[in-house]
Ligand binder design. Structure first.
Ligand code: SIN
Length: 459
C-alpha cells in the first residue's frame, strides 16, 4: 500500500507517514456515512447542537496542540496558528447555534381548502475537500454546518496538512458525534474528486481550492447532478484612495497581504494607490513590510513562515521576475528575498502596471505590487477586470466614495477600511470564477439543506 509522507515546510523533514485510504475503505466509509445519515438526520436539533458544542469545548481545550500541528505541517507562525484555531472554533460555535434555527414557513394558499408548508431537510452524505493553507478553519466551516443541518460528512484534507483534520475529527468523536457521522480519508485530490463525485451515495461535494480543480469537480459532479459548493481562487484588489488614513491603510494592507505568508485566497494580490498619496503610502508600506520577521513558525517574533513548498516559491519568484521585466522596482534586492529552502523575504514592487502577471494571476506569496492611479474609475475598472470575484478591499474616509466603490466592485467579500473581513458570522464566498455558495453566517448552512414543500388539501 502506498504511503503519504507529511512534511514540515520549514525543514522539508518528514513529520509523519500515513497510509492512503484504499478504494475499498472509501466505499465502506461512504456506505457507513449513508446508513448513519438515516439516524443522524432524525437526532433532534437540540441534541445535535449540544454535541457540536461539546466538540467546540474540546477544540478550545486542545487549542495549542492543534495550533502546533498547523505550524508543523503548514508552516504558519504559531500565534497565527492559534488565531486560526480560534477562527475555526468560531464556526463550530456559530453552527451549534444555527442547528436550532433551521426554520420552515407557511404561505397563504390561493384557496381556503389548502395549507402550504415549506420545510428544510439535510442534503445527505457530504464529501468535503479542503486546502492546506487553513488546515483547521476550512474544514470546520464545512463540518460544523453539515453536522448542524443533519448531514453526515467525509473529510478529505490536503495531503500536505492532514494531521490537523485528523485531530479535529478525533475530537468530534470524543465529543460523542458518532464515527460514521464524521470521518476522514487520506487521498490525493484527483482520487477524492472521483470518489465523491462518482459515488451516488454522496449527495454533496464541497470544495475549497483552486479554480482549475473546481472546474473539474463541477464537471464531474454533473454525472450525478450533485449539490456543490465551490470556494475557489481569488485575485483581491486593494484600493487606497487619496482621502484614506494612510497609517491605517498600511497596517491593514500588511494584515491582508502577509497573512499566512501571502497564501490565502483573500490576500490582497494587487494594490492600487492614488497618485496624490502614493509616495507616503509606499514609503510607509515598505518600512512596515521590511520589519516583518521571517523564519520557522515556532521561533519568537516570526510573522512570516515558509511557503508550503518549492513549487510555491518558484511561482512567486516567477511573478517577481516578470514584474521586474515589466518595469517594477523591488523594495529589496532579489538576493535578499531568496532566503533558501521555502523561505522568502517579503517584498514590495513599486511602479507596478496591469501587464504584470502579479496583477492578473494569483501570486500566493509575500509580494505586494503597488500601481498608482489618478482616476478612481480606472482603479475600479482594473479591480474588476478579472475572472475572479472573491475578496476586495478599499480605503477611503468619505462615505460617498466608499459606497460608490462598494456598489461597483464585483466581489463577494469586501473590506472597507478593513483588511481582515473574514468571520464565522458572515457569509464568505465569491462571484464569477471564484465559485458559488457561501460559508459562514446564516447563509453557510443553506448549502447543506434542501427545501421541500407540502401542499395539504383540507377537504
Ligand atoms: C481562504 O484562503 O480560502 C480562506 C481565507 C479566510 O477564510 O479568510
Amino acid at each position: 500500500m502506498s504511503k503519504l509522507e507529511v512534511l514540515n515546510p520549514s525543514t522539508n523533514e518528514v513529520i509523519k507517514t500515513l497510509d492512503y485510504t484504499t478504494d475499498e475503505e472509501v466505499n465502506t466509509l461512504v456506505d457507513r456515512a449513508y446508513d448513519a445519515f438515516q439516524t443522524w438526520r432524525n437526532v433532534d436539533a437540540h441534541e445535535r447542537s449540544e454535541l457540536i458544542s461539546k466538540w467546540s469545548a474540546l477544540i478550545k481545550e486542545h487549542r495549542d496542540e492543534l495550533a502546533r500541528l498547523i505550524t508543523l505541517e503548514g508552516g504558519k507562525p504559531f500565534p497565527e496558528a492559534q488565531g486560526e484555531v480560534d477562527y475555526a472554533v468560531a464556526y463550530v460555535d456559530w453552527y451549534a447555534g444555527e442547528a436550532k434555527r433551521i426554520y420552515g414557513r407557511t404561505v397563504p394558499a390561493n384557496t381556503p381548502d389548502k395549507k402550504i408548508i415549506i420545510d428544510q431537510f439535510p442534503v445527505g452524505v457530504v464529501g468535503a475537500i479542503t486546502p492546506w493553507n487553513f488546515p483547521a478553519a476550512m474544514i470546520t466551516r464545512k463540518m460544523a454546518p453539515a453536522l448542524a443541518a443533519g448531514c453526515t460528512i467525509i473529510c478529505k484534507p490536503a495531503t500536505r496538512t492532514p494531521l490537523t483534520t485528523i485531530r479535529l475529527v478525533e475530537l468530534a468523536h470524543e465529543a460523542g458525534i458518532p464515527e460514521d457521522v464524521v470521518s476522514y480519508i487520506i487521498a490525493g485530490g484527483k482520487d477524492a474528486g472521483n470518489y465523491f463525485t462518482q459515488n451516488e451515495k454522496v449527495r454533496k461535494v464541497t470544495f475549497t481550492g483552486s479554480t482549475p480543480v473546481g472546474r473539474k469537480l463541477i464537471s464531474l459532479s454533473s454525472d450525478h447532478v450533485k449539490n456543490i459548493t465551490m470556494e475557489l481562487g481569488g485575485l483581491a484588489p486593494l484600493i487606497v484612495h487619496k482621502d484614506a488614513d494612510i497609517d491605517h491603510a498600511v497596517e491593514q494592507t500588511v494584515a491582508t497581504k502577509f497573512r499566512n505568508a501571502g497564501q490565502t485566497c483573500v490576500c490582497a494580490n494587487r494594490i492600487y494607490v492614488h497618485e496624490d498619496i502614493a509616495d507616503e503610502y509606499e514609503e510607509k508600506l515598505i518600512k512596515a513590510v521590511h520589519e516583518l520577521k521571517v523564519g520557522d513558525g515556532f521561533d519568537e517574533g516570526v510573522k512570516i513562515g515558509p511557503l508550503i513548498n518549492e513549487k510555491g516559491v518558484e511561482k512567486v519568484l516567477d511573478h517577481i521576475d516578470d514584474a521586474v521585466k515589466h518595469g517594477g522596482k523591488l523594495s529589496r534586492p532579489l538576493e535578499e528575498v531568496k532566503m533558501g529552502g521555502n523561505f522568502l523575504k517579503p517584498v514590495v514592487i513599486t511602479n507596478a502596471n496591469q501587464d504584470m502577471k502579479a496583477m492578473h494571476e494569483e501570486t500566493f506569496g509575500p509580494v505586494a505590487p503597488v500601481m498608482r492611479y489618478s482616476d478612481l474609475d480606472d482603479a475600479i475598472r482594473y479591480s474588476n477586470d478579472t475572472e475572479f470575484g472573491l475578496a476586495g478591499y478599499f480605503f477611503t474616509n468619505d462615505y460617498r466614495t466608499g459606497l460608490y466603490i462598494y456598489n461597483n466592485l464585483n466581489y463577494g467579500v469586501i473590506g472597507w477600511n478593513d483588511g481582515l473581513p473574514s468571520a464565522a458570522h458572515a457569509p464568505f464566498g465569491g462571484m464569477k470564477e471564484s465559485g458559488y455558495g457561501r460559508e459562514g453566517g446564516k447563509e453557510g448552512i443553506e448549502p447543506y439543506l434542501e427545501t421541500k414543500y407540502l401542499s395539504v388539501g383540507l377537504k
